[in-house]
Design a binder for this molecule. Structure first.
Ligand SMILES: [Zn+2]
Length: 229
């Protein structure tokens, strides 16, 4: 298997540097604007930073990356901030307990990168407290971090919290989305994600208890995968 880190261009403004599959590592999103550019998550592998530098040197990426938005505080998403120490870090209050955050987000915010704008949206998530999702309206692309990954009770059972999940699904569904980008897997199948969100919403609304159990037979998260690579 080819474990190497890859550069994927999605459109003229948006690209990805994929996870280093040799260990637990998040991928890096890149949004390029005329005025400035930013990263979504820092990843955890030096190979990702080397590839990023390579793409800037070869002018495939703009040399104006000034910010990094962190979707949530987990080490595989923030580790490379140690290297990317010249970037302004944008994150939630909870994320700031684990790493340097220069600009705190506690409500929806819009960033104007010149010829493209980016919305940063606090997202209630059972996966990690203080999660953010990032929406690019012009392309209807939503970076969702690891928010679809529910808490695993064991291999065959997932558990989620009713209110947190209902709020999460409602926020995601209020943004028309053609492509969801996960924290680890390059692309998700949009119709399967929408199906999954509807399933979660229905399951949580019907649940009498705040802890909602989901068995693997009911819904398999692996079903969402749609690798283009
Ligand atoms: Zn995570």
């Amino acid at each position: 298997m080819d474990n190497s880190v890859k550069f994927i261009r999605i459109n003229p403004h948006i690209s990805l540097i994929t996870s280093d599959l040799n260990f637990i590592c998040a991928q890096i999103g890149i949004i390029q604007g005329k005025k400035e550019s930013l990263l979504i998550d820092a990843g955890a592998s030096c190979a990702q930073i080397n590839l990023l530098k390579e793409k800037i040197e070869s002018k495939e990426l703009n040399n104006n990356i000034s910010k990094c938005i962190i979707t949530h505080f987990h080490p595989d998403h923030i580790k490379n901030l140690e290297i990317l120490n010249n970037l302004e870090v944008i994150g939630s209050k909870n994320t700031s307990r684990y790493t340097r955050v220069d600009t705190l987000i506690n409500k929806n915010a819009t960033l104007d990168l010149g010829d493209i704008s980016v919305e940063i949206i606090p997202l209630p998530s059972i996966h990690a407290k203080g999660s953010l999702c990032i929406y690019i309206p012009v392309y209807k692309i939503m970076f969702i971090g690891d928010s679809l990954c529910l808490r695993g009770e064991n291999d065959n059972k997932r558990v989620t919290n009713k209110d947190i999940t209902i709020n999460m699904v409602n926020i995601l569904k209020s943004h028309p989305t053609d492509l969801y980008i996960d924290g680890h897997k390059p692309f998700l199948n949009t119709s399967k994600v929408n199906e999954y969100l509807d399933f979660l919403l229905d399951k949580c609304k019907k649940s009498p208890s705040f802890n909602v159990e989901i068995s693997k037979e009911e819904y398999d998260e692996d079903n969402l995968l749609d690798f283009f690579m």
